[in-house]
Write a protein that binds this ligand. Structure first.
Ligand SMILES: [Zn+2]
Length: 485
């Protein structure tokens, strides 16, 4: 066997094993994993290093306008470069529909943004904000193209599609095997809280965290799960930020609901007190759902360890702390007029490794699941997320002992701050490969704009999750009326 590259002497990690092995790569794929492999046009010494599946970032906002029209600071070049420096070989940003826009137009727009620029492989989740009958008719075509996940919002007036809209999308998704993702917060609770704070003249960034109560997330997660159960559709809850929300996910999974979920490093690393920094510094920590507290952090780690979450995703939403981003509405804008979101695509995996693996909260196998293999499975990237013959040679070589203090220039994004500034991190990716091409090596970018390819994804696999069949549909069927989706 002729190999283009052999990675030798490293420790390969899969979700269930950690073992010494060489990895042989031919034509962009992993061709062999064996105790010892000779040959290889290029031999990479991975002695003392971990050889992991390249990270898959399944929640990030790249070259995307917010519903109020603010463009992210990162495009598909800087976003993918930053992702690669953070140990990722593939990412799945959002292609966002704005009200009135056709889905064909959305996809064409994002193809134009991604194809010429991405240095790593990519796909999109489609955000649907306007599920008109015409839009619902377009969804099967999107699915055919390999975009097999649709995201909806229960909050933000310009995005919230209402419970009926959600049922429509869940039904189409179920019919085609697509996965519906949901941002779950109760819109009316948030708006009511905003009115209370506005009436009292409380508009500083710190009130943002209080305006979006934990109960708003818990209620909406419960409602989203109920809607999905009515039509027996698969559901993915993004960025779970509360213990109550995580408990619902856990309980429903035990009950066999077709349910997946994630949390994000910011909910583990930061608290609502970060929004109370001097001046307008707190604006940098505005995101939704908002940061919580230390008890929540501990609770979320327990859920990470015990398998409530498939993945830990960055929710990278890069809005600079200037008039192009956070402060589009002025440097002293009230919190509801400050752009929501934080950067972190390069920090997701180093943070998870350092706080998770190095501190003994999770195992190396858990890290592989949470960073890569679960996302590959849930989102239908069937050639990614594993170090095994036949899979894409998407590999990250980590130095588990390297320590660094986090700075902005390590992020390689277009941002003017990192919320992880000054963190002491143990464990960094030294080399990142995508389909056998080296993208980043020892702190140097080797990949080029346009190297990444669009990845058509498979339908969602709900495996052994039995789901539910609502009793009313069963009874209707006994009446001879098959109205179930
Ligand atoms: Zn997001």
């Amino acid at each position: 066997m002729q190999y283009d590259t052999v990675i030798h002497g490293g420790t390969v990690v899969t979700p269930y094993e950690t073992f010494r092995a060489d990895v042989g790569i031919a034509e962009g794929r992993i061709a062999a994993v064996a105790e010892r492999l000779n040959g290889g046009e290029r031999r990479i010494d991975a002695g003392g290093r971990l050889v992991l599946p390249g990270g898959i970032e399944a929640h990030c906002h790249i070259a995307q306008e917010s519903s109020s029209g603010v463009m992210t600071a990162d495009d598909y070049y800087s976003g993918s470069v930053s992702a690669a420096f953070g140990g990722n070989s593939c990412f799945v940003p959002f292609a966002a529909q704005h009200r009135g826009q056709s889905i064909a137009d959305v996809i064409a727009t994002y193809d134009g943004r991604a194809a010429p620029k991405s240095v790593i492989d990519y796909s999109y989740h489609l955000i649907i904000s306007d599920p008109t009958p015409a839009v619902l008719e377009e969804l099967p075509g999107v699915f055919q193209r390999g975009i097999t996940s649709f995201k909806v919002f229960m909050t933000y007036d310009l995005m919230n599609i209402g419970d009926g809209g959600m049922l429509d999308i869940l039904t189409v998704a179920k019919t085609h095997g697509a996965l519906t993702m949901v941002h779950a917060e109760n819109n009316e609770m948030v708006k009511w809280m905003n009115r209370r704070f506005a009436a009292a003249g409380l508009t500083a960034p710190k009130y943002h965290a209080l305006s979006r109560p934990e109960l708003a997330e818990e209620e909406a997660i419960n409602r989203a799960v109920s809607l999905a159960k009515l039509v027996d559709a698969a559901l993915f809850i993004v960025h779970v930020s509360t213990r109550g929300g995580a408990e619902i996910v856990r309980r429903e999974k035990l009950a066999g609901t077709k349910l997946f979920a994630e949390t994000c490093p910011q909910y583990l690393a930061l608290t609502r007190s970060d929004l109370d920094r001097p001046g307008m510094e707190g604006a940098k920590y505005i995101c939704s759902p908002p940061l919580r507290d230390q008890e929540t952090q501990e609770g979320l780690w327990q859920h990470i360890r015990s398998g409530t979450f498939e993945s830990v995703s960055s929710d990278h939403a890069p809005y600079r702390a200037d008039a192009s981003g956070k402060f589009l509405n002025g440097m002293d804008a009230p919190y509801p007029k400050i752009a929501n979101g934080m950067p972190g695509i390069a920090m997701r995996l180093p943070y998870l490794f350092s706080e998770g693996v190095a501190k003994g909260r999770i195992t190396l196998g858990d890290f592989v699941k949470l960073s890569s293999s679960n996302a590959a499975h849930v989102f239908g990237l069937d050639r990614k997320g594993a170090i095994a013959p036949g899979f894409d040679a998407d590999i990250a070589i980590w130095n588990p002992e390297e320590t660094r203090k986090v700075t902005l220039d390590m992020q390689h994004d277009n941002m003017d701050y990192t919320p992880f500034e000054g963190n002491e991190i143990t464990g960094w990716p030294e080399l990142v490969m995508n389909r056998g091409r080296i993208v980043v090596e020892k702190g140097t970018l080797k990949g080029q704009a346009g190297d990444g390819r669009f990845m058509a994804r498979k339908p969602v696999d709900t495996g052994a999750m039995p789901g539910h069949r609502a009793v009313e549909f069963k009874i209707a069927a006994e009446f001879g009326q098959e109205i179930a989706p």
